[in-house]
Design a protein around this ligand. Sequence first.
Ligand code: KG4
Ligand code: ZN
Length: 340
Amino acid sequence: MSSQNIYILGIESSCDDTAASVIHNGKILSNVVASQKIHEEYGGVVPELASRAHQQNIVPVVHQALKKANITKDELNAVAFTRGPGLMGSLLVGTSFAKSFAYGLNIPLIDINHMQAHILAHFIDEEGFEKPPFPFLAMTISGGHTQIVKVDNYFDMTVIGETIDDAVGEAFDKSGKLLGLGYPAGPEIDKRAKLGNPKAFQFTKPKVSGLNFSFSGLKTAILYFIQREVKANPNFITENLNDICASIQYTIIGILIDKLKLASKQTGIKHIAIGGGVSANSGIRQALKDGKQKFGWTTYVPKFEFTTDNAAMIAIVGYLKYLEGDFAKQDVMASARLKI
Ligand code: KG4
Ligand code: ZN
């Protein structure tokens, strides 16, 4: 089998982004994402609406991905799709589409684990971005996930820490909601944090042993803090918004970095990769940079478009699995709680 001329279509629909991408060998030719604005007014993803929007978006998104890649569907060698984890109604749209598309074209179908894909996005060929060597630690931080994974090889991964309640992106978004910010609040908190004093207010970090995370206690602490302060001064939030954002961000980043330090110490691994929407955060990026000098880490942050939910990461894993001949059968089912 020649590995020289392989075109794979990747499809992602696990949450609220409908995405399709074409990869040629290891290089991304197109990466199309239709984000669903509908959830903004509800302050969070509404599963039923997400599923309906995927149904509307999937055909035009796939069409656009093929068009941008400048190939026809008959040139595809395989169809890769997100099998899980994610919202069942959302996953079903991508899964059903991928199955019938592959069946119609009579080409292999490849099922992909979304969490593995966030990590393996680091192996997309992209100028200026280095690929981490094995073994490395990967921290996936987004609105849906918070994990530290030991990666010994492409498909040899062990989750060594994860959140026991909220994801880190939720911690940003829920804190932002308490402050009256729009959804998702992460980017706005980040922007304001740059203008504020990170030490203006202190929030105690949750005490979770080992490498697991917890963010729900922090959310409650912030809620009580705001209620107390607003009672004393109704304008407290508007007068202190930048400082509050900076302090919340400082606390969250501190939690993440503490666990990464522990994971690095326990495993002896100093190559550290991050992925997921929260890796856009300027605080975590700076903290990782500092980790180079402080702890001798080598850190890897993917290009932004490959780190939020996207189909390029599905396509790269599809390519890696294609090379191994690791295909799915037509009776493969979506799996909302699929594990790494
Ligand atoms: O990976 P993603 O696009 O979707 C999933 O949740 O899987 O991540 C979205 C999350 C949201 O919670 C959003 O608030 C957060 O990433 N986020 C950020 C930043 N940009 C996005 N959080 C903090 N700082 C940012 N700059
Ligand atoms: Zn994700």
